[in-house]
Design a protein around this ligand. Structure first.
Ligand code: GDP
Ligand code: MG
Length: 163
């Protein structure tokens, strides 16, 4: 079977945008599992001749702080079970948040390989905003912009290196 890459992060950091960048014009499959309140979206991709599956773990975002935190936690745990590599996504525009740290704790305990991507680095002036993400303890944050498509090659290099 293809190795599985899961994109995990709190709502609105740009997971779905990056998911679409990763699968390009290939088809995404929406899987609605009974008993699980979230849809997950699967797609396939490849980089340097290495094929892999991608999961966008935030199919539906529910409002309300408590619910959001619970569902992020659940998504992270599901992704951990299935994934060979986890792309942990944060957002340079909003900076590091409490929810990011909550997700980081879950991911850290999993022992799975984590690639830390900081999205919304839309221009060079925002590049310095990636440094605070070193404190998460997942190594070098990879600056990306889903809007502009920059940094996606670096992200793919980091993913494929682990597969
Ligand atoms: P998700 O909730 O994590 O799946 O995030 P989405 O992919 O739905 O994106 C959330 C919002 O952020 C949308 O309004 C996107 O257009 C916006 N967004 C995504 N990527 C970028 C980016 O690189 N730069 C900026 N400025 N906005 C982005
Ligand atoms: Mg989404």
């Amino acid at each position: 079977a293809r190795p599985v890459v899961a994109i995990v992060g709190r709502p609105n950091v740009g997971k779905s945008t990056i998911f679409n960048r990763l699968i390009g014009d290939r088809l995404a499959i929406v899987e609605d599992k009974p008993g699980i309140t979230r849809d997950r979206i699967y797609g396939v991709s490849e980089w340097n001749g290495k094929p892999f599956s991608v999961i966008d773990t935030g199919g539906i975002e529910i409002d309300g702080d408590d619910v959001i935190l619970k569902s992020i936690r659940m998504q992270a745990e599901l992704a951990i079970e299935e994934a060979d590599v986890i792309v942990f996504m944060c957002d340079a525009k909003s900076g590091l948040t409490q929810s990011d740290e909550e997700v980081a704790q879950i991911l850290f305990r999993s022992g799975k390989p984590i690639v830390l991507a900081v999205n919304k680095v839309d221009n060079l002036s925002r590049h310095d905003e990636i440094y605070e993400f070193y404190s998460l303890g997942f190594g070098d944050p990879i600056p990306i912009s889903g809007s502009h498509g920059t940094g996606i090659g670096d992200l793919l290099d980091a993913i494929v290196e682990i597969l």
